[in-house]
Ligand binder design. Structure first.
Ligand code: G1P
Length: 297
């Protein structure tokens, strides 16, 4: 029996410049979709996938994340006394997992953030979940990848098709062969220039990696955007052992940019059991009011 995947890294050291001024004093990972910070959706996916230890790589001004996943006795006591048990459960849910924190002292890119967590990982396979991608699926996305890992003991990267005109925003794979939803990969390219992508299969923020990736990350090679790129180290790893890609099932939401964030908020609101029906009426009203206003002007 090979080693199990029990540890996950969630990098959360980014500056969140796309959401300024909201992110001036608040980490972007704490921006909520409805009443839940985006990072909590990510942590929940990890826990539902069987992850036992999570390490969040943070940077300056990220203390609110630690507070969020900590116990808050005053708040819990207050909710208990007011008999608000449902809310109490919600609040407690965010402090049930074992979460560890380390700081990335310089913003040198995603590859560097992962490298910062090497001592915590040791010589074990591990997962990486990026906070900009929320995935909703029957079987948690990470669980799907872990099951694949268990079969082959090889690194496996979650991918999905994206529109061709968007390939320059992602890590893209050049697949060689496919069995079911699993690809052998010739190469991994970080953000290929427009019109040069080898496929439309994009890396979407979920990875299972073997610890042999760390020496490559440790070379600190500078890649796209002047940063140490995880994709580049994966490409090197693929040179010494197979790294597969897996087309996971599920709907992926891009909460790392403004329009994706707005769309996710609207979709989650529409799908919400409690508020959905009213939100739908609200949206229809807003749209028809806009029509009326444009006729008037
Ligand atoms: C990162 C990765 C990229 C991946 C993307 C998914 O890029 O470097 O390979 O496709 O996340 O969201 P970022 O969006 O952080 O620039």
């Amino acid at each position: 029996m090979g080693k199990k995947v029990t540890k996950a890294i969630i990098p959360a050291a980014g500056l969140g410049t796309r959401f300024l001024p909201a992110t001036k004093a608040m980490p972007k990972e704490m921006l909520p979709i409805l009443n839940k910070p985006t990072i909590q959706y990510i942590v929940e996916e990890a826990v539902e996938s069987g992850i036992e230890d999570i390490i969040i790589v943070t940077g300056k001004g990220k203390r609110a994340i630690e507070d969020h996943f900590d116990n808050n006795f005053e708040l819990e006591d207050n909710l208990f006394k007011k008999e608000k048990y449902e809310l109490l459960e919600e609040v407690r849910a965010s402090s049930k997992v074992e979460i560890h924190y380390i700081r990335q002292k310089e913003a040198k890119g995603l590859g560097h953030a992962i490298w910062c967590a090497r001592k915590f990982i040791g010589n074990e396979p591990f997962a990486v979940l990026l906070g900009d991608d929320i995935v909703q699926s029957k079987k948690p996305c990470l669980r799907q990848l872990i099951e694949q890992y268990d079969q082959s003991q090889a690194s496996i990267i979650g991918v999905q098709q994206v529109p061709e005109e968007e390939t320059h925003r992602y890590g893209i794979i050049d697949p060689s062969s496919k069995i079911g939803k699993r690809y052998r990969v010739k190469s991994f390219v970080e953000k290929p220039k427009k019109g040069t992508a080898p496929s439309s299969l994009a890396i979407l923020g979920r990875y299972i990696l073997t610890p042999e990736i760390f020496p490559f990350l440790g070379q600190h090679n500078i890649g796209k955007g002047g940063e140490i790129q995880l994709t580049d180290a994966i490409q090197q790893l693929n040179g010494i052992q197979n790294v597969f890609a897996y087309e996971f099932e599920g709907r992926r939401y891009d909460v790392g940019e403004m329009l994706g964030f707005i769309r996710t908020t609207m979709e989650f609101a529409l799908e919400n059991q409690k508020y959905g029906p009213e939100v739908e009426i609200m949206m229809t009203e807003l749209l028809s009011n806009r029509k009326i206003m444009s006729y008037e002007s």
